[in-house]
Design a protein around this ligand. Structure first.
Ligand code: PHE
Length: 358
């Protein structure tokens, strides 16, 4: 092997051994640098006679080109390898599940409340909200349930600060206090408008616009056992006018239930009952004709004709004004509509349960 071939082969070998670009540059200096082998060979030509110089020069040049070609291809190979490593390090695993944006939704009882509001809204009922901390007066006394009334024992509740010693404030045991609160407000507005000589705006003509309202919200009782919850929902309904009868209650509530459950053949039963604030009073039961609950009577509300004492506490003359009230359980309605068998599931906050309603 001649000397030049040997130099080219050693350069190729040195380049192959270089594992990083820096190693490669060092190896290059050994052959192509200022005092590298090729440069030395060029210098050595000075001593040669002219005719030899030409052929020697051409041969050294060929060797130099071969070395440069080897250098470039090794450079490329190292760059490719580096890119490969980088690509692997930054690789995205497209088989991983994507990050999902959690989607919120309404609680099933909220869905029911919206549904109740929409249906009664279509029948001309307003929606009113009231406080969950009530006074003894609104929760009991104004509703014809004086301090010593036995009906109070069924409504034991949580007593909170405020009020008087004999009549402390409490967490409301039902939404019925809203009957009084809303009616008093309604009457006050009407009287103020009349005094100012303005016609009061309302649903019907007559000396005063009718009161037609529902009042949904949270209520509290300590009667919790394994299947109850100390907090539950109610929705009050009240319709007071000059000529509102029990017949209207039957019509309105039947229409509501059939619309709510989307069942035209749903049957209602008004079972005689007692509430201090209504007379006569009735428990309302419903019966499905088809489906898993068909044939069973299911209690959904208490109701009755508003007691004259309550009408009086609204600031109205019971000889002139008459009407009905009802109080239903949206939690119960939600259970019946979706076939949920345990009330407590609504309040456990278990996302696996709640997400089924979205
Ligand atoms: N407030 C009663 C209850 O909680 C229900 C009811 C409301 C009854 C209105 C009659 C009229 O049991």
């Amino acid at each position: 092997m001649n000397e030049l071939n040997f130099v080219v082969d050693s350069a190729k070998e040195a380049f192959e051994k270089a594992l990083t670009p820096a190693d490669l540059e060092n190896a290059k200096a050994l052959f192509l640098g200022k005092s590298g082998r090729i440069t030395e060979l060029m210098k050595g030509m000075a001593a040669l006679p002219v005719d030899e110089k030409k052929s020697r020069g051409a041969a050294i040049n060929l060797a130099k080109q071969a070395i440069e070609a080897a250098l470039n291809s090794r450079r490329q190979a190292l760059a490719d390898a580096e890119l490969q490593i980088q690509l692997q390090a930054e690789a995205l695993d497209v088989t991983l599940p994507g990050r999902q944006r959690g989607q919120g939704g309404l609680h099933p009882v909220s869905i029911t409340l919206e549904r109740i509001e929409a249906i009664f809204g279509s029948m001309g009922f307003e929606v009113a909200q009231g406080p969950e901390i009530e006074t003894d007066w609104f929760n009991f006394t104004a509703l014809n349930t004086p301090e010593d009334h036995p009906a109070r024992s069924m409504h034991d509740t949580f007593y909170v600060e405020g009020g008087s010693v004999s009549a402390p404030n409490l967490l409301r045991t039902h939404t019925s206090p809203m009957q009084i609160r809303h009616a008093v407000q309604h009457v006050k507005q009407h009287r103020a408008a009349a005094e100012a000589g303005q016609p009061s705006v309302g649903l019907f003509s007559g000396s005063m616009p009718e009161i037609r309202v529902i009042a949904p919200g949270r209520t509290y009782r300590v009667d919790s056992d394994a299947t109850h919850s100390p907090m539950f929902h109610q929705c009050e309904g009240l319709w007071i006018g000059e000529n509102v009868s029990f017949k209207d209650l039957k019509f309105v509530f039947t229409d509501f239930c059939r619309t709510f459950f989307e069942s035209d053949d749903l049957v209602l039963r008004f079972r005689p009952s007692f509430f201090p604030f209504t007379e006569p009073s009735a428990e309302i039961d419903i019966q499905f004709q088809t489906g898993p609950l068909a044939g069973r009577w299911l209690e959904v509300a208490g109701s009755g004709q508003v007691h004259p004492n309550v009408i009086r506490n609204m600031g109205l003359d019971p000889e002139k004004y008459i009407g009905f009230a009802f109080g239903m359980g949206p939690d119960r309605l939600t259970m019946l509509r979706y076939g949920v068998n345990d009330l407590r599931l609504f309040f456990d906050g278990d996302i696996r349960f709640l997400s089924q309603f979205q």
